[in-house]
Write a new protein. Structure first.
Length: 222
């Protein structure tokens, strides 16, 4: 929550901006969500709103729905570079080449279902483990070199490579669908409102934050 000064006339008001979803920090954030829920797009819409920063999205399992991105504005579509992989080796090659598509404006690296292709690629166990280990080393190198916010998810099914990701994460966000909109659980984030379509639904904790002072509230959402 951020505060600023109130209006220029009449009694002074305390301006309050309430975030409807958690902010991402530099480092690796693991996103835990139902597989088909477009949470990546919602978080990108929030992170890239109002500035000139960009994102690089290296896709697996067809998570990069441009329709879901377009809901957050045409300008967002223009600032997200998307590369798609359909095999483990293609995914590894995309990660190796990511430096070519990363500039000073690149703030986010998005990696949905990062281990999934390495499970389905017909590779021998030792080969897929070695290939993914190198992929993850490249991701960590990219993050450190460019100071990126890396947003990653894992498939629902268990695998023997995810420990490389889970042992390196800096933050974790859990998201689920509700009738009122997306519900988030993350350290340092207190969900006071839900954003759904063009409406905003307040919660009991939101009203508990209100005081007898006159407060002007704006909700930042996408």
């Amino acid at each position: 929550m951020q505060t600023d000064t109130g209006s220029d006339s009449g009694p002074e008001k305390q301006g309050v901006i309430i975030e409807t979803q958690p902010s991402l920090e530099e480092g690796v954030t693991l996103l835990d969500k139902p597989e088909n829920l477009p949470v990546f797009q919602a978080l990108l819409g929030s992170e890239l709103a109002g500035d000139s920063s960009k994102a690089l999205w290296l896709d697996a399992e067809n998570q990069s729905s441009t329709y879901a991105l377009a809901r957050h504005g045409e300008s967002l579509m223009e600032r997200v570079e998307i590369g798609k992989a359909f095999t483990a080796r293609q995914h590894h090659s995309l990660i190796e080449a990511a430096d070519q598509f990363t500039s000073q404006e690149t703030e986010l690296l998005v990696l949905p279902q990062i281990t999934s292709l390495y499970l389905d690629g017909g590779l021998k166990e030792w080969a897929r483990k070695d290939l993914f280990s190198d992929t993850w080393r490249q991701v960590e190198r990219l993050q450190e070199k460019h100071g990126l916010k890396v947003l990653v998810s894992l498939p629902d099914r268990p695998d023997d490579m995810r420990y490389l990701v889970t042992s390196s994460i800096d933050d974790r966000i859990e998201a689920e669908h509700t009738d009122q909109g997306l519900k988030y659980n993350a350290d340092g984030f207190n969900q006071l409102v839900y954003s759904h379509a063009r409406s905003v639904q307040t919660t009991v904790p939101y009203w508990n934050t209100q005081t007898t002072e006159e407060i002007e509230v704006a909700v930042r959402s996408t």
